[in-house]
Design a protein around this ligand. Structure first.
Ligand code: ACO
Length: 355
């Protein structure tokens, strides 16, 4: 496994997982991208069929997990429950204490398979509905929407969900991946490393920005209000959620694809409202920041993904946990790389001055 897990060129706006460009990756099934990340190579037809069959067979959650979900506060962000439940399920994993490569691979497959089921079960329970068991015949994206809504999803929505998971799957040493790697570097187990990732992803400067974008769209309500909202925010030196990135100094390539997908959804639904509101926000942010700072700040991965969720009737409370469903394969790929190093990550405090 010697290909770099991720390559980012922040000046040119290039992103690759294991040397495959993001524009090619979005045309694959999520299962193939997940396999690529954690095994290092794209799967052949037979390998993909076997990997998918294993993933799809591990999607179910047991009664104890449902009991814990029911005990969660169902009125808050789904990340609160997801973090607790992922921590809880480790106890039932027959490979919990098997830290061999094979044992870790079996845990990885269970985690990737079960996290969407947990999020969907939480959502349905919170809305007074019975959870919908997973359908092993459906792709990762289609199955998630099926478990969420209780009916077979529209093909375009299923395609968009699949691509959302792929675009969210990996991004080098971002804050949550770093957290996961630090935990793995102590040779702690995979569940603990994933819980670390979840805890870090939920912050609004990271994955939590996605739900903030949705709340912002709701508050702005229509394209006519967008410019005033943006100018006031910038005047008060407040951040506009879904914009800016530590690494990209140009348009985030994931943002470009999310923008295209949100337009496609808007057109298919014959409702340009949220797309136009978002585009007006984007234009206002870019123009105003060029004016004020001499250089623009562009939408990041969280901006147009928030627009997509508006069109798919996904509430803000689920936005970060959906990000986690995609990102878990990236966290695990990094944990596997870290386990091989058998070396603890222990930076010195002065290094934080550079952050
Ligand atoms: N809105 C307005 N101004 C911004 C924004 C924004 N979203 N982002 C950066 N700026 C400005 C800052 O005010 C600062 O201006 P100054 O130089 O005049 O003080 C300058 O740009 C640099 O900003 P920093 O916060 O120092 O940039 P940094 O690289 O540290 O932060 C970050 C990157 C955290 C993503 C930042 O852009 C931000 O807070 N964005 C909003 C939250 C967000 O969308 N997070 C998701 C990021 S993608 C992800 O994690 C999945």
């Amino acid at each position: 496994m010697n290909k770099n897990i991720c390559f980012i060129d922040g000046l040119e706006g290039i992103l690759k997982y294991r040397e495959v460009d993001i524009n090619e990756l979005v045309e694959l099934p999520y299962d193939a991208v997940s396999y690529l990340l954690i095994r290092g190579e794209l799967p052949g037809e037979q390998e993909l069929a076997e990997y998918s069959a294993r993933l799809h067979a591990e999607r179910g959650i047991n009664r104890e997990v449902m009991d814990v979900i029911r005990m969660c506060n169902l009125n808050v962000d789904a990340m609160e429950a997801l973090r607790t439940v992922v921590s809880f399920i480790s106890q039932f994993d027959p490979d919990l204490n098997d830290s061999s490569q094979e044992g870790n691979m079996r845990k990885a497959i269970r985690l990737i398979a079960m996290v969407p089921t947990i999020v969907a079960a939480y959502y349905r329970t919170a809305n007074g509905k019975e959870p919908v068991p997973p359908d092993p015949s459906l792709s990762h994206g289609a199955n998630f929407l099926y478990m969420l809504k209780g009916s077979k999803p529209d093909p375009l929505e299923a395609e968009v969900m699949e691509k959302d998971f792929i675009l969210s799957a990996e991004h080098e040493l971002n804050a949550s991946t770093f957290s996961s790697r630090v935990t793995a570097s102590t040779l702690s187990d995979l569940y603990s490393a994933v819980v670390s990732g979840l805890c870090t992803l939920k912050g609004p400067l990271h994955g939590g920005a996605r739900s903030e974008v949705m709340n912002m769209l709701e508050a702005i309500a229509c394209p006519e209000n967008a410019e005033k909202f943006v100018l006031e925010k910038i005047e008060k030196r407040e951040k506009i959620m879904g914009f800016g990135h530590r690494v990209y100094k140009t348009y985030d390539p994931r943002g470009t694809i999310f923008k295209q997908l949100s337009r496609k959804l808007a057109e298919a639904k014959g409702d340009m409202h949220w797309y136009e509101t978002a585009e007006t926000i984007e234009n206002a942010v870019v123009c105003e920041l060029v004016e004020k700072r001499g250089k623009p700040i562009y939408p990041n991965v969280d901006f147009y993904s928030g627009v997509i969720y508006k069109y798919m009737d996904i509430p803000p409370q689920l936005a970060t946990s959906i990000f986690a469903i995609g990102r878990i394969s990236g966290w695990i790929a990094h944990c596997f790389e870290q386990y091989e190093k058998k070396k603890i990550i222990r930076p010195r405090a002065f290094m934080l001055d550079e952050c």
